[in-house]
Design a protein around this ligand. Structure first.
Ligand code: NAD
Length: 374
């Protein structure tokens, strides 16, 4: 671990995976599950989405203790109807349930050319781009519509209180011989984890990301969590403000549709319309659509068209204060390259909170993780 000039520290990926794997093994996850959780959380940091990375560890442990997520659960296939399938993750870890669901969708699309697969009652699915990348690795285009049941965080366009979830959308496109093209985004201005990272002293929020209970736009994470101490796990239930939906009225409409597709259609249940007393347990619902490129169009033609269009877009003259035009996924690819080589920048408090979690679980010799200097 080393300090950089923003007071962030750079953590070696291998050491972080090791420490987090030990934490989840200490919470009774199987070796595979613990390592998968650790690798996917670190993978998110590597791609630049610190919001869905290792900062989540204390919260996942807390959720296990509250009985919101359980270790070692095998998802159950509850609908098996040709090109359509649906799995019930039964509140198991999303990092593993996601693999089952995507692999099911891949197998169906390979057979039928297209497939639609629902996943309900899943623990946190993390960075949804992971699932689009898994499908693209198998040569498939995929769409993932996700809702977050039990997580009311987002104000609709024109509103000032919480009526929606951060419900992410990902679209992945395989790109022969090149990196896959992946659009992966929350349908709120920022993902909740970005507010959490800002609260821990990490990257500041963009203007207009939050709205307080008086209906005033703000970037202060207190709107989400209230005033909290350094060692407390940020709890969105303690704040009275909301995250704004992205893209004005149009983005707010997409945010709405994610509840319909990821929530109602998968059987996961929507995030809201419930009284506090009836509030449901946190769960991601994900509706995924998979399309075989080669069953639709000549693969070589498709690849050439994409390359030509990507080059055309990237060649646009940058606007003021912008040095480069990017297409979906470019930023993650560049960030991944940097962080694999130079370590993951992490707010010191995030790293301290992970070590405190490990200590509470009785893990010993934590100093060895301090030696992982990049
Ligand atoms: P974001 O605002 O960084 O947007 C990411 C998308 O925008 C990516 O596709 C990226 O390639 C593209 N992008 C970024 N900068 C760009 C630029 N300058 N030009 C062109 N394109 C650019 O991310 P976000 O919306 O905060 O989402 C973060 C992560 O949170 C995602 O991985 C998402 O899946 C995840 N998430 C998960 C849940 C869940 O419940 N599991 C909920 C919400 C969000």
């Amino acid at each position: 671990m080393s300090e950089n000039n923003n007071s962030e520290i750079r953590v070696d990926v291998k050491s972080a995976v090791e420490l987090i794997t030990e934490i989840f093994k200490a919470k009774s996850c199987s070796d595979y599950e613990a390592k998968t959780i650790a690798e996917r959380l670190c993978g998110s940091n590597l791609k630049g989405h610190d919001s869905h990375g290792i900062a989540r560890v204390p919260r996942y442990v807390e959720w296990m203790e509250k009985g919101w997520v359980f270790p070692n659960v095998k998802p159950e296939l509850i609908i098996d109807a040709g090109a359509m399938g649906c799995l019930d993750a039964k509140q198991g870890f999303g990092q593993v349930a996601g693999e089952y669901a995507v692999d099911d969708g891949i197998a169906r699309a390979k057979k039928f050319g297209v497939s639609v697969v629902g996943l309900r009652n899943s623990g946190h699915l993390g960075r949804i781009g992971d699932w689009a990348e898994r499908a693209a690795d198998a040569g498939l285009i995929s769409f993932h519509f996700v809702n977050v049941r039990g997580s009311l965080l987002v104000a609709p366009f024109g509103g000032s209180d919480r009526r929606g979830s951060t419900s992410p959308l990902a679209i992945g496109v395989p790109n022969q011989g090149e990196e896959h093209i992946v659009l992966d985004m929350a349908t709120s201005t920022v993902a909740e984890g970005k507010v959490m990272v800002a609260q821990k002293g990490g990257k500041k929020l963009p203007d207009g990301a939050l709205i307080d209970s008086f209906g005033k736009l703000t970037t202060n994470p207190e709107a989400m969590y209230g005033k909290i101490g350094d060692d407390e796990v940020p709890d969105p239930d303690k704040g009275s403000g909301a995250i704004t939906a992205f893209g004005l009225h149009k983005g707010s409409g997409i945010n709405f549709m994610m509840e319909v597709l990821g929530g109602a259609l998968t059987g996961n249940g929507v995030c809201g319309a419930l009284t506090d007393k009836e509030r449901r347990k946190f769960a991601n619902g994900m509706l995924s659509i998979y399309i075989s490129v080669e069953k639709m169009v000549d693969l070589e033609y498709f690849t050439k068209e994409i390359k030509s269009y990507a080059d055309f877009v990237r060649a646009s003259k940058p606007s003021l204060n912008n040095d480069k035009v990017l297409i979906p996924g470019d930023k993650e690819i560049a960030t991944n390259f940097d962080r694999l080589n130079n370590g993951m920048p992490v707010a010191p408090l995030v790293w301290e909170n992970i070590k405190t979690t490990a200590e509470k679980l009785g893990l010993k010799n934590l100093n060895r993780f301090e030696e992982a200097i990049k």
